[in-house]
Design a protein around this ligand. Structure first.
Ligand SMILES: CCCCCCCCCCCCCC(=O)SCCNC(=O)CCNC(=O)[C@H](O)C(C)(C)COP(=O)(O)OP(=O)(O)OC[C@H]1O[C@@H](n2cnc3c(N)ncnc32)[C@H](O)[C@@H]1OP(=O)(O)O
Length: 440
């Protein structure tokens, strides 16, 4: 049984889960969402009916002026190159973003993380949208969009899109219908750039998920997780047995494993493109985007770690990446930070061969990823059940969390796909998933 408090950690990671709105409303009760171009819960979509929901508009039809706000508030485009403005976003998210029930853990965003997450190639300042109190200038709400190209593998349809993230409203301004205003304003700003589709994830159920994935976690430093109070000792176990269970080798096992370098990008792009054919919905990457997302861009952000396996002939056969986003631990005498890694994109040419060999390869790669992650102070390694993660989750000793993450597309209907879990039991489905996109 995964320890109770690790479950809470997973809830925390599952954005929005803490809102306790798991109870699904009827479509008609979604006063805002029922007015938006999103599929209804009972819409049945087949491959031949996939496509935009509303394709009637051009940028000329979109108002040039921002949506009206109540007079005490004003729109404020955030300059993420400004340290003081990033500090304000940090402060807002730190105090008001997602937290566990006891408010013991909080995301510890760094400026570097924000710049990596908010400034990929094609980023627009206009898409980092804040709301301030007019009189005090205090930042009280935020939402962000970044460009992303999505592709449906079965139909071959490409969808120029944005990914929406970091929607956050000050706790004192909740339930005042400000979220729909933020969402409509970011939609307006994106539409002005002739982009009509978006992808986003949330713990809560909205009309209508493309798929639902589950969080899983793998303790790397069981003792520390126990120290900070969210890893309970099962009654039939000893501490030593738990530490031994999660012990990892000191060094990686796969011959030829090394950090990704800029010279590898083209080869990794080809490997990733072939590997991604396994999934139904994927993100495609230009070389510039690969440099940003996997090497940390010009700044070489250290929040993203990427590795490749180079065989004896100099060919790259495998690739994996994960990003680091620690938690601040409140009110603990021993530790004030928890290292957390999230599995990001990966690819392996073994996927083209026998399933057993592929599955074993994935387990080895993920174990190696975790060995490298220990060097960066990672205490717990998380993965969703998207991609082919369900093929290694059990063997690599990941525990199932109770946090669910729903994936959504705005203004595009697609056939629902597997999220790597059984729709009824929510247990891991060893057939893998159709979702190839990873958002953070
Ligand atoms: C083409 C370009 C398109 C671009 C846009 C694409 C869409 C992007 C969509 C956004 C993707 C974001 C991805 C992320 O960042 S997910 C992370 C969300 N953030 C958090 O969970 C942080 C903590 N919570 C908060 O800050 C607030 O509770 C938020 C801001 C979440 C809601 O504020 P508040 O609690 O004060 O509510 P309200 O009175 O203003 O508004 C109530 C309405 O808002 C609907 N609601 C509630 N939560 C969410 C949610 N997570 N996604 C979409 N809709 C949400 C809700 O169903 C209701 O509508 P309806 O039920 O009446 O219909």
């Amino acid at each position: 049984m995964p320890p109770k408090l690790i479950e809470e950690l997973l809830k925390l990671i599952s954005l929005g889960e803490v809102l306790n709105e798991a109870q699904q409303k009827e479509m008609n009760d979604y006063k805002f969402w029922k007015t938006q171009p999103v599929p209804k819960f009972d819409d049945v979509v087949e491959y031949n009916t996939e496509g935009p929901i509303d394709s009637s508009k051009t940028p000329k039809d979109i108002p040039a002026e921002p949506l009206p706000l109540l007079s005490e508030f004003e729109w404020s485009t955030i300059d993420v190159d400004s340290k003081s403005e990033l500090d304000e976003v940090y402060e807002l998210l730190y105090q008001h973003y997602v937290e566990d029930q006891d408010a013991t853990f909080r995301f510890k965003y760094s400026h570097e993380f924000f710049r990596w997450a908010l400034k990929p190639p094609g980023w627009k300042k206009d898409w980092h949208v804040g709301v301030r109190v007019r009189s005090s200038k205090k930042l009280v709400a935020f939402i962000a969009a970044v460009p992303a190209n999505l592709k449906l593998q079965i139909t071959g349809n490409e969808i120029p899109s944005v990914e929406i993230n970091f929607l956050c409203i000050h706790k004192k301004l909740r339930s005042k219908r400000l979220a729909p205003v933020l969402i409509q304003e970011i939609t307006r700003r994106v539409n002005r750039e002739n982009i009509w589709q978006a992808m986003y994830t949330a713990g809560i159920v909205l009309p209508s998920p493309v798929t639902t994935c589950r969080y899983t976690h793998r303790p790397l430093n069981w003792s520390k997780l126990h120290d900070v109070g969210f890893s309970h000792l099962p009654s039939d176990q000893t501490k030593a047995a738990m530490v031994a269970k999660y012990a990892l080798p000191n060094s990686t096992k796969t011959p030829g494993l090394r950090q990704l370098e800029e010279k590898d990008l083209e080869e990794v792009q080809s490997l990733l493109t072939i590997f991604m054919k396994k999934f139904e919905l994927v993100q495609t990457f230009t070389l510039d985007e690969m440099k940003h997302w996997f090497l940390g861009g010009e700044e070489r952000a250290s929040v993203i770690k990427s590795y490749v396996v180079e065989d004896k002939n100099g060919k790259i056969t495998d690739f994996f990446s994960y990003y680091l986003l620690p938690f601040t631990v409140l009110e603990n005498s021993k530790h004030d930070e928890l290292g957390v890694a999230y599995l990001y994109y990966y690819a392996t040419d073994s996927a083209l061969g026998e399933r057993d060999v592929y599955q074993k390869r994935l387990v080895n790669l993920v174990n190696d990823a975790m060995v490298t992650a220990k060097e960066f102070g990672v205490d717990v390694f998380n993965a969703l059940t998207c991609q082919d993660n369900s093929l290694f989750i059990k063997d690599a000793k990941f525990g199932l969390g109770d946090g669910m993450l729903n994936y959504y597309l705005f203004n595009y209907k697609v056939k629902r796909m597997s999220g790597g879990i059984n729709a009824t039991t929510k247990e891991v489905d060893t057939e893998g998933s159709g979702m190839g996109v990873v958002l953070f």
